[in-house]
Design a protein around this ligand. Structure first.
Ligand code: FAD
Length: 520
């Protein structure tokens, strides 16, 4: 044995002994005895790393162990043990740990399954060009799915703004971005899943087979099973993107244009429609807006009158290099119907992959200034179209004042692109908006950038919606009482609860979401 091996052996032994003293030997021995092709780790640094997430709001309790699985069967063996024990213990999949409120944690008696760490044995994405789909491991990151499918000139149709998220993690929520108005969320673009249920059964499901489980798992917040494989629908990948931003001072005109754009279908339409609120131009507020570069002929400040709120519409047109002669004309025709401030057009042109990976560039910039690993009290809301103007008055022009501490996205989607049978919850109107308050808390700086201030502001925003009877639904929801969860699911609650009883009767899975009581 080399000196390094001896010392790692001693560290590991010490860690296990410490744990045995802390939690009692039986659980650890039981977990350690599970025969897996991947491996369990009990190292304090590994346990610590899975007990915090992107939100950095508070650390969850460390789990008993972390499983690095090599296959669906590894996950199934762990869950069968958890399910079959006299005292069941929690098991949570962790995608890339980009939740805000500890949703991928288990508490101190559980085991976290690290889905995104590539292990010996976890399958590479497998593209079927003829059938236009890709089969991917549940922990695969979307950025790697993109790289693989591009080798075949193909790409998934529906995205998130940021690609360093796991397939299983976004499919457990919905997965939305500016393509959702047309293609629906990512959960509307899945053909088949392999899922390990809370009983430890590995079940293949799709529109044709085990349909209830298929729809339940999509948007199901990890409650019914761990997704180990997903079959994602593909389209021919565009090569380039014309990326345009235009500004509005009137919220009504801004939303009218957004709603007009998402009502367009067929060939002649933009491929991506988003938007955001501009309060000021600081880095923390606008880190997603690296697009506004010094090369742009118009400075935002020259458009903004007396520091009031501006709204930015963000649209793209995808094209193939062979169409570069006609894209200008096509964009011009599409933009003629819009009513933005005429002097406020910002245009850039880039490769498709660079457009999709745009937020990662902003991440690197923030990391270099130590502004990435900070608390993120994010709040994402779906707001019904009929009340978006009240939301603007009460929140953007009211509660927020002229300080935001992070980007605020706002864009509409069509409900008919969301499958009613999925577990995802949206407002009860044909068009609804995502409003994403993506704020970063700073330890030094103004009071309005501190964590407690921002958390309190979130609370006031929810309270305002409640009092004004704006029926918002949280996206990436965080609720703390069962009453709130019942209200969140509304008429989907009975179905959700009965699925839980069927597929995870001992409440083992994704306990970090705090929807059901802990394992029994
Ligand atoms: P985790 O946070 O690790 O897990 C989330 C939940 O899913 C947990 O409950 C976990 O137990 C469960 N889970 C994880 N993997 C599986 C699996 N294989 N099977 C079953 N359950 C599983 N979302 C959007 O929709 N659009 C965006 O544009 C967008 N942009 C983002 C940008 C940034 C910078 C960040 C930090 C997040 C963004 N998100 C966006 C949110 C993102 O979708 C969620 O954080 C989501 O949870 C995915 O993150 P993850 O893969 O790290 O999952």
């Amino acid at each position: 044995m080399t000196r390094e091996m001896t010392s790692s052996f001693l560290i590991m032994t010490f860690a296990i002994c410490t744990l045995i003293i802390a939690v009692g030997p039986s659980e650890l021995l039981r977990i350690g005895a599970i025969d897996v092709d991947g491996h369990f780790t009990f190292k304090p640094s590994d346990l610590a790393s899975v007990s915090s997430d992107f939100g950095m709001l508070k650390s969850a309790e460390e789990p008993l162990a972390v499983l690095h699985p090599s296959s669906a069967e590894d996950v199934a063996r762990l869950i069968r043990t958890a399910y079959g024990s006299a005292t069941a213990f929690p098991v949570s999949a962790r995608g890339h740990g980009h939740s805000i409120n500890g949703q991928a944690s288990t508490g101190r008696n559980g085991v976290v399954v690290e889905m995104s760490h590539r292990n010996k044995g976890t399958p590479e994405p497998l593209v079927e060009p003829e059938e236009m789909y890709v089969d991917v491991w549940g922990g695969e990151l979307w950025v790697d799915v993109l790289k693989k499918t591009l080798e075949h000139g193909l790409a998934p149709k529906s995205w998130t703004d940021y690609l360093y998220l796991s397939v299983g993690g976004t499919l457990s929520n919905a997965g939305i971005s500016g393509q959702a108005f047309h293609h629906g969320p990512q959960i509307s673009n899945v053909l088949e899943l392999d899922v390990v249920t809370g009983r430890g059964d590995v079940i293949r499901c799709s529109e044709e087979e085990n349909t209830r489980l298929f729809h339940g798992v999509l948007g199901g917040l990890g409650q019914f099973g761990i997704i180990t494989r997903a079959r994602i629908s593909l389209e021919p990948a565009p090569q380039r993107v014309r990326w345009i931003r235009v500004l509005y001072s009137s919220f009504e005109v801004f939303t009218e244009d957004q709603e007009y754009l998402i009502s367009m279908h067929g060939q002649s339409k933009f491929d991506y429609v988003e938007g955001f609120v501009i309060v000021d131009e600081g880095l923390v507020n606008n880190w997603r807006s690296s697009f506004f570069s010094p090369r742009n002929p118009v400075k935002i400040s020259s458009v903004s009158s007396n520091g009031s709120v501006l709204y930015c519409l963000e649209i793209t047109k995808n094209y193939h290099e062979s169409e570069s002669d006609t894209v200008d004309q096509e964009v011009e025709i599409l933009m003629k119907r819009l009513n933005f401030i005429p002097t406020s057009v910002f245009t850039t042109d880039l490769q498709y992959v660079d457009f999709l990976d745009r937020v990662h560039k902003a991440e690197l910039k923030l990391r270099s200034k130590n502004l990435w690993e900070v608390p993120h009290p994010w709040l994402n809301l779906f707001v019904p179209k009929s009340r978006i103007s009240d939301f603007d008055k009460g929140v953007f022009k009211g509660i927020l004042g002229n300080k935001t501490s992070g980007p605020i996205l706002i864009y509409p989607m069509n409900k008919d692109k969301w499958d009613k049978r999925s577990s995802a919850v949206t407002p009860d109107e044909e068009v609804f908006y995502l409003v994403a308050l993506l704020r970063s808390a700073l330890t030094h700086g103004e009071e309005t950038q501190k964590l407690e201030y921002l958390k309190d502001q979130n609370r006031r925003i929810l309270e305002f919606c409640d009092e004004a009877k704006i029926s918002v639904k949280q996206y990436l929801p965080h609720h703390t009482t069962q009453e709130e969860w019942v209200a969140h699911y509304g008429d989907k609650w009975d179905q959700f609860r009965s699925m839980k009883a069927e597929f995870d009767p001992r409440h083992i899975l994704a306990t970090g979401q705090r929807i059901f009581q802990n394992p029994s």
